[in-house]
Design a protein around this ligand. Structure first.
Ligand code: OAD
Ligand code: ZN
Length: 259
């Protein structure tokens, strides 16, 4: 099948969807200039050790190092803008009865592109919280308002513990309710569109399998094969920013015809 034929077929399935779930990973933000985790050359985990930067133990061992790394990543997220893939996904909302974005990304590019129903499985890098969760999980803290934010992790204004990013680290649970809702939506989805994830991290990677086993169709957009590709009924082997605008334009044409 040619790419044009695949785009056409993807658009037909999506245009007929009553309950679409979109699972995204770092690949969807790649064309905004943000690095992925596992790409061999420029992936974050090729340059940094997850165990030294993305675990509670790492934060306790060297809070300034970990905080500095997240400051660096937050600066990159602030500089980045949504790309045509984020924008096309946001535009889908107006065309279909239900579109929910389930993202593993901690950047805020889906939000900034205008998507409204977003489940952020791994938290939000722009938010900070008390490491001790002194007022419950999460105890959010406005870092900009704290005096010592430039010198390593600030202190929690309620209890004096260190402040940390509100992201999920290795060995931690996903935000309460997020996984349950995502799993429920995956079960009910008639189509799951998987964009830019290697499918290497659980439990997020299990969601397309939930849809597949429940009889839904999985469509994948990724220039490289992933752990999900084997169950994808359709694989668009191109960057998200190239494929998604065409797919969404074709969905719009199909929905328009029916209206
Ligand atoms: P990975 O780095 O594991 O995978 C990124 C995927 O994006 C790869 O399959 C690439 O082929 C693909 N990709 C690259 N450029 C693309 C493009 N322009 N369009 C579409 N796809 C592209 O990132 P994730 O799967 O998101 O966890 O990683 C999952 C989790 O692992 C992350 O959320 C993070 C990390 O450890 C936490 O921080 C908890
Ligand atoms: Zn606290």
């Amino acid at each position: 099948m040619t790419l044009t034929e695949k785009i056409r077929l993807a658009a037909e399935w999506i245009a007929a969807s009553q309950r679409l779930v979109v699972l995204t990973g770092a690949g969807v933000s790649r064309e905004s200039g943000l690095p992925t985790f596992r790409d061999a050359l420029d992936g974050l985990w090729a340059r940094y050790s997850p165990l030294q930067l993305a675990t509670p133990e790492a934060f306790v061992a060297d809070p300034a190092l970990v905080w500095g790394w997240y400051e660096h990543r937050r600066a990159a997220v602030r500089r980045a803008a949504p790309n045509p893939a984020h924008i096309a996904l946001a535009e889908l909302e107006a065309l279909l009865p239900q579109v929910v974005i389930v993202t593993q990304n901690v950047d805020d590019l889906h939000q900034r592109a205008g998507s409204r129903d977003i489940i952020a499985l791994h938290g939000a890098i722009m938010r900070s919280k008390c490491f001790a969760a002194c007022r419950g999980e999460p105890t959010l803290v406005e870092v900009e308002e704290l005096p010592d934010a430039a010198e390593g992790p600030p202190r929690c204004p309620f209890c004096g513990s260190r402040v940390r990013p509100d992201v999920v680290w290795f060995g931690e649970n996903l935000p309460a309710g997020a996984l349950q809702r995502a799993a429920q939506l995956a079960e009910e989805a008639d189509v799951m569109l998987v964009v830019g994830t290697s499918g290497a991290v659980q439990p997020a990677a299990s969601l397309p399998f939930v849809t597949y086993r429940a009889g839904g169709q999985v469509i994948e957009i990724n220039p490289v094969a992933s752990e999900i590709t084997a169950i994808a009924a359709l694989w668009l082997e191109v960057p998200a920013g190239e494929a998604l605008p065409s797919v969404v334009e074709a969905v719009r044409a199909l929905r328009g015809e029916g209206a």
